[in-house]
Structures are given as structure tokens and as C-alpha cells.
Write a protein that binds this ligand. Structure first.
Ligand code: SF4
Length: 283
């Protein structure tokens, strides 16, 4: 993607006393904010034709800083609000931003069914492996054995693979990246937003304040560097055997399916059939 100047990004941010932002030093959410704005600019989107929809949690704060229409929805329900916005205003690019707890615990059912419908939305799911805003409780993505404020002797539950869940449920586009891989993240967000149908990007992001401290993962920078060690581009991932995959994860486009009819197209066709039947009944 061509570079986007800081001045242009600045023009997409809200400056009416919203900054400095509320996120902790070293949190990856600021990186994601920059990536998302650059992706929208690169796609040539009009600020008046974008809607950001968020749930609750640290990630849910993100739309506050962007100068577009936004909805701060209830916990776990970002995709339901976004579905309503898209059906009412199909011309809008509707982008949801959710944390791992928001999207896959209380909102897990909505995530599965938005993917199954191949709903015309973008879902950005920030995976920081815990509930950050409320004090570091374990979430569905907390690794086995990791400590959390509600798992002080180590988490006994295996973690959920967000991207695998979305692929299995039928999402047309699924990608994963980290806030360390910024150039790739810009590109994957742009691909997801421009995808016809349900586009998901899982974004690994450090929560040093809770998950990092509780698990003695070092500084914020150490946590970012860990992503560099653990993340493997999908082209290389296919060549790794099981032993070399241990403790690592693939990044890049994990699934893409372009040929399906999207939900909006199917919905529009159904409305046409209903109207034609109504006209026949009147004649
Ligand atoms: Fe980021 Fe964690 Fe702080 Fe929330 S609590 S802003 S996720 S570092």
C-alpha cells in the first residue's frame, strides 16, 4: 500500500478533547487505531460513508477517536448493532471493533451467526488474551496455564482460536496479524474492509498492564518482540512440521472466498420476490 502521511491521518481523528487517549502506555490499541485509519484512507473511503461500531472494553474505546459516525454498543452486541446499521444504510462501510472477551464470550453467538450469514461487515477482533479493562480476568483466549486475576493458579481451560472459529462458521475473509507487523496489518485491514461479505481480522495485541504483569512477560517492548518470535507468515507456516509450530501462530490471509452471494444481495433478491408476488396479487 502507498504510504499515508501523518497529516492525512490526523485529519481523520477527533480533536475535541478526546486526546490524549485512555489506553495504557505500551498498549497495542493505539497502533491498531493508526492502522485502521490508514486502511480507510488508502481505500479512498469518505468519512461520511463509514460507521464504526464497538462493544465494551478497552477496544470499545477506539471509535471515540475517529472522526466518523460511530456506535458504542452494549457488551457483546457490536455485530447486532452493526447488522442493523448495514441493513438500514447499505451504502456505508460498517466496521466493528471488539476485544476477545467482547467478541467471543458474551458476543460469541453473534460472531458465529454473522460469519454464517456472510454478513456484509468488517469485524476487527483485538486478542489481548484477557479482559483488560476490568482487571485482567481470564477470557476465552487466555492460554492454558496462564495466570489471570480469576485464574491465580493458572488457567485450566484451553484457549479458543478466533480465526479458526470464524473460518469454520463460514466467514468469507479471515486474516490474522499483530500490532508488531504494522505494514501487514494496514494491508489486511484494507483487504477485509473491501471484501464483499464478512471480513475478519484477528489482531494480537499486548496488554502489559494486566496479562503481561500477571504472567511476568517483561516490558511492553518485550511483549511486542514476542510477537515477532511467535508469528509466522502463512507461506512459511505451511512448511513447518508440528514441532516447529509449537508456541507459534500463522499470520496473513488465512481464508478467502469471493464467489458467495452476500447477505445483502440475498436479502435484496428476497425483497424483490416479495414485491413481485405482491404486485401479482393486486392484478
Ligand atoms: Fe491496553 Fe490492557 Fe491497558 Fe486495556 S488494560 S488499555 S488492553 S494495556
Amino acid at each position: 500500500m502507498p504510504p499515508v502521511s501523518r497529516g492525512v491521518v490526523h485529519g481523520w481523528l477527533r480533536h475535541d478533547k478526546k486526546f490524549p487517549h485512555v489506553w495504557c502506555p505500551g498498549c497495542g490499541l493505539g497502533v491498531l487505531l493508526g492502522s485502521l485509519v490508514r486502511a480507510m484512507i488508502t481505500l479512498g473511503l469518505d468519512k461520511n460513508n463509514v460507521a464504526l461500531v464497538a462493544g465494551i472494553g478497552c477496544t470499545g474505546r477506539l471509535p471515540v477517536y475517529v472522526d466518523v459516525g460511530s456506535v458504542h454498543a452494549t457488551h457483546g452486541r457490536a455485530l447486532t448493532f452493526a447488522t442493523g446499521v448495514k441493513l438500514a444504510k447499505p451504502e456505508l462501510a460498517v466496521i466493528t471493533v471488539m476485544g476477545d472477551g467482547d467478541a467471543t464470550a458474551i458476543g460469541g453467538n453473534h460472531l458465529i451467526h454473522a460469519a454464517r450469514r456472510n454478513m456484509d461487515l468488517t469485524a476487527i477482533i483485538v486478542n489481548n488474551q484477557n479482559y483488560g479493562m476490568t482487571g485482567g480476568q481470564y477470557s476465552p483466549t487466555t492460554p492454558l496455564g496462564a495466570r489471570a486475576s480469576t485464574a491465580t493458579y493458572g488457567n485450566i481451560e484451553p484457549p479458543l482460536d478466533i480465526s479458526a472459529l470464524c473460518m469454520a462458521a463460514g466467514a468469507g475473509f479471515v486474516a490474522r496479524s499483530t500490532v508488531y507487523h504494522v505494514t501487514q496489518l494496514d494491508d489486511l485491514l484494507a483487504q477485509a474492509i473491501s471484501h464483499r461479505g464478512f471480513g475478519v481480522v484477528e489482531v494480537l495485541s499486548p496488554c502489559h498492564t494486566n496479562f503481561g504483569r500477571q504472567n511476568k512477560l517483561g516490558s511492553q517492548i518485550d511483549m511486542m518482540r514476542a510477537f515477532k518470535e511467535q508469528a509466522v507468515r502463512v507461506e512459511r507456516w505451511a512448511k513447518l512440521d508440528g514441532a516447529r509450530r509449537a508456541g507459534r501462530f500463522p499470520i496473513g490471509v488465512l481464508a478467502r472466498r469471493d464467489e458467495d452471494t452476500t447477505y445483502l444481495e440475498a436479502y435484496g433478491a428476497m425483497v424483490e420476490r416479495a414485491m413481485a408476488q405482491g404486485r401479482e396479487g393486486q392484478s
